[in-house]
Design a protein around this ligand. Structure first.
Ligand code: ASP
Length: 439
């Protein structure tokens, strides 16, 4: 990791965030120009299908490929490094309070904005039915992934009967649970028995970090292809119909990012927000271009430790958990979208129902997979709960990718903000002297 950091900072060499930004701008410009010239026609669609989409997807898959070993190694080492269960309890409590606090605040902001702006009123019925028709197939696909209703099984599945199957299926909450158990067990067994496993996990963490460093070198190409694929075939006319909704969601996300987080950083974490965001640039750019908290996790971990000075034990605990469980932007988007669709369908949501929307957005965001569009199946579940037709999701699917890019920036920023809060309030006295991971 240090070798990578050194390389990234070598004078005269372009820094990684600059390269990613260039890839992003070039991809967006090329995509928009292509869209304007060809109107997103058949040849453009073929080019995207055969060239930019596969390249972008392969790059993204390369990052996601190492997420399970990265989460297992960093989280287990993080917990083991805390040394005893009381410290874990304190850090765990502040982490969960941070996650829940930030998510509730962001969701409330989203609901407040939609209640004030009313983007769902005035959307013409022709536009609504045309969109529902166009995206019918995709909705049916997402229905298969949605559980339909929120039930107790979701909770039961957090404890995996078969951890290997959980890893194979990408059941992140179950993987996290199993990993936490390994971390805790490492602190309970004699030091010499823990040592080989800790060594193994450290080796896995180093190997994944080395792989990520190689993949991130290709970031400008991957980002170019991902952004080109979105913008070249994006229905900008669709965006015009939904402009009020898109601006409400993006505006709310922006307010939370540039006002909410800085206030929390300054008054809760005691940090200079400008400095924080300057150091976190590469993380935000990666989140924006990949739309995936999981794909961004390696970069988030590196920046938190190397740039923000968060101890490995804290970063290794808070960030892997956050990439799965803490989705401030997603919860804001879910709350705002449920209310918007309720307005479109003329479903009057009472204050009580809106509180249920806040609660369910916060709870379901915990289970959202940190991948592009991960929230859609859970959003459908919340819609059903408050009596808004879940097929209505079709109305926003066409603009979802752009919203996804923006909300993912909040998701990962919220993880880093929480890690600074945990660092300040729960990390007392450095690593435990007898922690097995401290070797
Ligand atoms: N793309 C988001 C993430 O990975 C999840 C979502 O809101 O769909 O953080």
């Amino acid at each position: 990791m240090n070798a990578e950091t050194e390389q990234l900072h070598r004078p005269g060499k372009m820094r990684l965030h600059t390269k990613i930004l260039l890839g992003l701008l070039a991809g967006a410009t090329a995509g928009v120009v292509t869209n304007l010239i060809t109107g997103g026609g058949a040849s453009t669609a073929e080019f995207i299908r055969l060239v930019t989409e596969p390249v972008g997807k392969m790059w993204l898959a390369g990052l996601i490929m190492v997420v399970i070993p990265l989460i297992v190694s960093t989280l287990a080492l993080g917990v083991a490094g805390l040394g005893d269960i009381r410290r874990l309890g304190r850090i765990g409590l502040v982490t969960v309070l941070g996650f829940l606090g930030l998510t509730t605040l962001s969701t409330a902001l989203g609901l407040f904005m939609v209640n004030t702006i009313n983007p769902g009123e005035g959307l013409s019925p022709e536009v609504t039915s045309r969109l529902m028709e166009t995206y019918r197939g995709e909705v049916e696909g997402a229905m298969g992934l949605s559980q339909g209703v929120f039930n107790i099984d979701i909770l039961v599945k957090i404890v995996p009967r078969n951890p290997v199957a959980a890893m194979a299926n990408g059941d992140m909450l179950a993987v996290i649970f199993f990993t936490l158990m390994i971390g805790v067990a490492l602190t309970l067994i004699p030091r010499e028995k823990a040592k080989p496993m800790v060594g193994f996990l450290e080796s896995v963490a180093s190997i994944t970090t080395a792989i990520i460093a190689v993949i991130m070198k290709l970031a400008p190409i991957g980002v170019f292809c991902l952004i080109f694929s979105v913008t070249a075939r994006f229905g900008f006319d669709l965006m015009l119909n939904l402009l009020k909704y898109v601006l409400t969601v993006v505006g709310s996300l922006l307010i939370f990012q540039v006002v909410g987080y800085p206030l929390i950083l300054k008054f809760v974490a005691g940090l200079n927000p400008m400095e924080f965001f300057r150091k976190a640039r590469v993380v935000m750019l990666t989140a924006f271009s990949t739309s995936s908290s999981n794909a961004t996790l390696p970069t988030t971990l590196r920046v938190a430790q190397d740039e923000l000075g968060i101890p490995r034990e804290v970063a290794g605990f808070v960030l892997p958990l956050g990439a799965t469980m803490n989705m401030n932007g997603t919860a804001l988007f879910e709350g705002a979208t449920v209310l918007f669709l309720a307005q479109v369908f003329g479903v009057d949501l009472s204050l009580g129902s809106q509180l249920i929307v806040v609660l369910m957005s916060v709870v379901t965001a915990i289970g959202v997979a940190g991948v592009p569009g991960g929230s859609i199946p859970l959003l459908m579940m919340v819609l059903t709960m408050v009596g808004v037709p879940m097929e209505g999701i079709a109305i926003i699917l066409g603009v979802d990718r752009i919203l996804d890019m923006c909300r993912t920036v909040l998701n990962v920023s919220g993880d880093m903000v929480t890690s600074t809060i945990v660092h300040r309030f729960a990390w007392k006295g450095g690593p435990a002297p007898d922690a097995p991971a401290g070797d």
